[in-house]
Structure formats: C-alpha cells, structure tokens
Write a protein that binds this ligand. Sequence first.
Ligand SMILES: CC(C)(COP(=O)(O)OP(=O)(O)OC[C@H]1O[C@@H](n2cnc3c(N)ncnc32)[C@H](O)[C@@H]1OP(=O)(O)O)[C@@H](O)C(=O)NCCC(=O)NCCS
Length: 404
Amino acid sequence: MAQIQEYQEYLLDALEVVDFKLIRDKADINNDALIFHPVMAHQIFGETETIFGYQDLHVRVFYTAGPLHIYLGVEYGTRVNEVSAGEMNADDVVGTIAHSLPDGCYFINLDEFLKTLDKADKFQPFGEKIGEYTRPSDDGSERLFEFYQCDYKVPSFLKFFARLQTFILWFVDAASYIDTDDAQWCYFVCYEKYKNGDGQYQYATAGYTTVYEYYAYPQNKRPRISQMMILPPFQKLGLATQLIETIYKYYQSQKNVVDITVEDPSEDFQRLRNFVDARFCKELKSFARNEIVKGFSKEMVREARETLKLNPRQVRKVYELLRLYYTNVNDEKEYRSYRLEVKKRLNAVYYKQIKDLKKMERYKMDTEMLRARLPNMKQRMEQLQEEYAVVEEGYKNTLAKLKA
Ligand SMILES: CC(C)(COP(=O)(O)OP(=O)(O)OC[C@H]1O[C@@H](n2cnc3c(N)ncnc32)[C@H](O)[C@@H]1OP(=O)(O)O)[C@@H](O)C(=O)NCCC(=O)NCCS
C-alpha cells in the first residue's frame, strides 16, 4: 500500500501554483507577465493551503477583464495517479475551485471561454456613473477609471457581481459572499476605461465596495461599508482611496443619511479611511489649527457629522491624527501635551473599571477577584506606553501622506 509520505514532492503550495489572469485580449492567455497569485487559499483548499498529486502544476484561473467570465484549467507534468499505478489519486483541483463559484458560471473549455472574449468589447458598466479618476501610467499616457453605483434592481448586474465577489475568498481574510437577494445592499464598482487594439473604448473591472444601508428611525439610513476589494493588478494606484471618497460624496449629498460606518475594518482599510477622513476634516472650521490645539470638542463631532457624515468615534481618531499633524514633536511641551491627550482617551476604560470597583466597594461588595484581574498602577503605565506607541505609529504613515 502506497504511503502519502512517499509522495511528498506531489504536495504543492496552492499560493504558488494557482495563477490568476485578467484577460483583455487573446494574446494575454500566453503572457505570463499578467499572472498574479492568491494571498490565501484556505477557504478553497483547507487550512494547509496545499494541493496533492501533481508535479509542475499550473492552475489557471482566468477572468475576462470586463464581464469576468471565468475559465478554470490545469496543466501539469506528472500526476500521482499514474506514478502510483492507480493507488493514489490527485486532488480534483478544478472541481474544488468550481465548488466555490456561483453555479455554472465558469468554463473548462478554453475555446468556449475565448468566445465570450469576442463579445467583451460590448461590456458596459452597470448602474449610474458617480465619479471618475485619472492618473498617469508608466508610459506617460493617462489611465481613466470610472466609478458606478448599482443595486439589486438590475438583475444582469447581480449575475456579474456573483462572479466579481469570487475574488474575495482568495484575497480577503475571513470573507464570505454576501446575500445578493437582500435589497439593502448597495454596490460601487470601479472600471478602467481603456482603448483596445482597434482604438475603441472598452471597460475592464478593477474593484468594488459593498455597502449595507441600515434603516434608521424615522426615515433615515445609516450606510455601513462592508467589503472592499481592488483587484491585484490595480492595487497601489490610489483606486481604493478614490473609491472611498466617491462613496462618501455619494452619501454626504443625501439628507436622510445619518452617518457612514465601516464593518470590522482591516488595518489596511482603516489606514485608507483615516487618510480620506483627515483630508476632508482638515478643511472644516472646527479642525483648523487654532481650534485643534484647544482639544477635542463637541463642535468637531457636530460639524464632521453634519457635513461629512462621520460617526463620533471616527471623528475622535481624525482629531488625534490632525492634532499630531499640527504638533511640533521637537517642542517637548507641545509633544507632551499631545501624548497626554491620547493617553487620556486610551485610559478611559481603565478609569471606568476602577470607578466601578470603588462604587461596588461602597456597597460592601466583594471585589477581590475583580481587582486581581486589573493591572496595578505601574503595570498599567507600561501598558499605556505600549498602546500609545502603537497608535502613534499607525498615525505616522497617514501623516506622511497628508503632508505629501
Ligand atoms: C486594501 C485595498 C482595498 C487597498 O486598495 P488600493 O487601491 O491598493 O489602495 P490605494 O492605492 O488607494 O492605497 C494603498 C496604498 O498605496 C499607496 N499608493 C497609492 N498610489 C500609489 C502609487 N502610485 N504607487 C505606490 N503606492 C501608491 C497609498 O498611499 C496607500 O499607502 P498605504 O497602504 O501605506 O496607506 C486592496 O489592497 C485590497 O483590495 N486588498 C485585499 C482586500 C482587502 O484587504 N480589503 C479591505 C478589507 S475588506
């Protein structure tokens, strides 16, 4: 009986052998410069993110660049089935990936897939255009990106979106597909508008954000940004930053929007958001330098909420960021006053716990166990210093961008 250990060289890292490509043209099929790899694969291939049974394996996951039709295929040198005389079976890679895709929305025949490419020049963005953004490309020409908003009322969009959201399993931690039957979802998609080989404009899909529009009494809504994904070939071009700004402007112009929140933001997302919010707030009266040095104020919360729809917690973060922006860290007095301000906020929970304990003790309650769990003053000071260092480090990157 063959042992799996004998076939260690047939155990492959999925992150290395899965090749994604966005296909604009038939020639792209053979252009390896377009390949990008997934960041994670545990939702498809399990915790170890491995594929068993092949040597020299390439798993091809190709999407047409605009409408995102999907091709799945494998190429390999040898397969364990043959070398083990049928005793071992290679993983069914295509079947496993297909399992994570919306029903019937992929091709395993390359020619059939390429037929959809012939019609890709007809592909148009869905919904309403709400913004655009240009940036210079490496060859000096301009790249044009357009942002669209769409909702469940366009059925063909939902089919397209089902293909678009397949990327998140490979690129966003702990991601799951959203339920597109839920009418509260609002979709924002970014496309690149480019000239194809015939000199005609065509669209390529670049990324998206989903926003859940919660109801708020009596006739208001509170949009919550949920997923955001910029496809890897389009990352670091400023698209996420522009997309967030565009979404903000879209909701800021609506009177019945209470505020905009973000669901469980990743570190990357929080950084982008801080930058966008700080850039907006910097222009507000209550965030002017002379106001900021006086400390955090209710007026900041009010103005940022009314004009930018920011929620109070985020306003406080932006205040700290902008205060650091205006603080001369070489002036010990100024810098110290800044640190105290942030530490006061970081320490608020600790002081609340102490206050609660004292209250309980006044009522002669036994607080011994609870007290033992709390750090003593010295430990707390050390913790606080560490917490502060993390906060300041997080702000520094954003400050550099604000100053650029
Ligand atoms: C996180 C994510 C949305 C960012 O998208 P993006 O379009 O690359 O973001 P931006 O280009 O606007 O900004 C990203 C960084 O690139 C920098 N940048 C912007 N233009 C740049 C350029 N031309 N060259 C180099 N860097 C650039 C920005 O300053 C920013 O720097 P920072 O990360 O230090 O703050 C994207 O990486 C992604 O989809 N990741 C996977 C999914 C995910 O994590 N989503 C968020 C949680 S749901």
